[in-house]
Design a protein around this ligand. Structure first.
Ligand code: ADP
Length: 459
């Protein structure tokens, strides 16, 4: 038996509570029995005192001492004993109970009933003063509590035997019941122990009890669901990242091997070297992106906060991309408001977000199309809308464009130098700035990506 288990601890609590309840019950019952015994006895004593008082006042006149004694002994029959003494302190009559227990004449009659200790048992006493024919009598009635004490003792011994048995049975029942009630917990523990990275798709059996244990297993299952999804994403991300890193490496190795295979002209060597350079640049861009995502995943906040006019980074990014638009013969437009657009954030990071969106808009818009970059303010927010008349995004893909390494068309994206991390980086940076990217797109018609950032009142 595990002494720290909930079942055992519940049983101990149950046992201790029962002990206290039984003890209070025992003591309470004994006191109640005593009280009702005294109540009954006091009634008897009072009746006896009344009878003797009546007798002394009405019938005792002129009786000899012997007759008086005889009459009083008649009165003294039944459970109640009686004794009468006169003002000199001499016994007029006293029954055997007074003799055998050497009971004294009470010093203050008429006082409350009380109990004294007799030779063997406790004795309940009541007394009163009576004046009859010019003589003062003290009448005392006494009742041996022997019978009552025996009943109470009997009751006590019944309690002493039955209570431990009842306690034992109740505690045993409590223990078995708590074990039964907690059985599903053991099943949950065993189920949880059997789940590891190897079988993350396994789930706990849910007990249909409608109680906390059902909720606990359902909650654990939901947690497993989330962990499984995250692990799958990590696996996918690792596989995609390795694949993306391997491609430029292979190209670089092939170019180097090809150049070394035989004597090459200076031009051929320069060509191979520039291929290697291009691929190594691509690799380091990829590694930078991976590092940035890894750092934000790990909760490292690299934002260098400052108060700025968002028009600055937007214009820089837009100007930087202008040559790309020109190279593709795309109609390119930058619209900046006359008044400043205050935000707080990292200008470099924000420039990067806008550049990613413009770069995509140009990449996925055929020659002759149009791309516009528009900065505006609305409801205390800053908004940068990058609109293109390009190929657009299918409705089913809209939710996925921000996923890492996701690309609608891998070949096209790759030929444009993309690896599918641009939008996830833009989204991560925007989230760090407490903003969001909104997207609306129609396949064949074009897309609008809008970065919405909270405005900065202090600027
Ligand atoms: P990359 O451009 O490097 O492939 P991104 O994360 O920037 O990666 O974009 C992911 C995918 O979203 C792209 O491959 C492309 O399929 C789609 N996409 C992004 N921007 C646009 C756009 N303006 N128009 C059409 N498709 C786009």
């Amino acid at each position: 038996m595990n002494l720290r288990s909930i079942g055992f601890r519940l049983t101990v609590w149950y046992f201790v509570s029962l002990c206290i309840i039984f003890l209070l019950f025992g003591i309470g019952s004994k006191l109640a029995m005593q009280r009702s015994a005294f109540h009954v006895v006091d009634g008897e004593l009072q009746a006896e005192l009344d009878a003797v008082t009546h007798f002394l006042k009405t019938e005792a006149r002129g009786l000899t001492a012997a007759d008086l004694e005889d009459e009083l002994s008649e009165l003294s029959q039944g459970g109640v004993s009686v004794a009468v003494s006169d003002q000199t302190g001499r016994w007029v009559y006293r029954s055997s109970l007074f003799v055998s227990n050497r009971l004294e004449i009470p010093k203050n009659p008429d006082l409350q009933r009380h109990t004294v200790k007799g030779a063997r048992d406790r004795i309940r006493i009541a007394s009163t003063r009576v004046v009859s024919d010019g003589t003062f009598y003290t009448v005392t009635a006494a009742y041996s509590m022997h019978e009552f004490n025996r009943s109470i003792e009997h009751f006590e011994s019944v309690l002493l035997i039955s209570m431990p048995v009842a306690l034992f049975l109740a505690s045993l029942g409590g223990y078995l019941f708590s074990r039964r009630a907690l059985n599903p917990v053991n099943r949950i523990i065993l189920g949880a122990q059997s789940i590891s990275l190897r079988n993350l798709s396994a789930r706990l059996a849910v007990p249909r009890t409608g109680d906390e244990l059902q909720r606990l297993s359902e909650t654990i299952n939901q947690m497993l669901e989330r962990i499984e999804r995250s692990v799958q994403q990590i696996h996918q991300f690792t596989a995609d990242a390795s694949h993306e890193l391997r491609a430029p490496l292979t190209l670089m190795r092939t170019a180097a091997e090809f150049s070394l295979r035989r004597e090459r002209s200076r031009e051929e060597l320069a060509d191979a070297l520039s291929k290697i350079l291009r691929e190594s640049e691509r690799m380091s861009r990829l590694i930078d992106s991976l590092l940035l995502l890894a750092r934000t995943d790990a909760g490292v906040d690299d934002v260098h906060w400052e108060h700025l006019n968002l028009a600055g980074p937007v214009q820089e990014a837009a100007e930087q991309a202008r040559v790309l638009a020109q190279a593709r013969e795309i109609d390119y437009e930058i619209l900046l408001p006359a008044e400043p657009v205050p935000v707080s954030g990292d200008p470099d990071a924000l420039r990067r977000v806008v550049f990613i969106l413009i770069d995509n808009a140009i990449k996925y818009t055929p020659s002759g199309g149009a791309v516009s970059v528009k900065l505006s303010q609305r409801n205390g927010h800053a908004a940068v809308a990058v609109e293109d008349t390009g190929i657009g995004i299918a409705e089913k893909d809209i939710a996925r464009v921000f996923d890492r390494f996701w690309r609608a068309d891998k070949v096209r994206s790759r030929s444009e130098g993309g690896v599918g991390l641009g939008l996830s980086i833009a989204e991560t940076i925007t989230r760090l700035h407490r903003g969001a990217i909104e997207l609306s797109s129609k396949p064949g018609r074009g897309s609008i990506f809008t970065v919405v950032l909270p405005g900065d009142e202090r600027n």
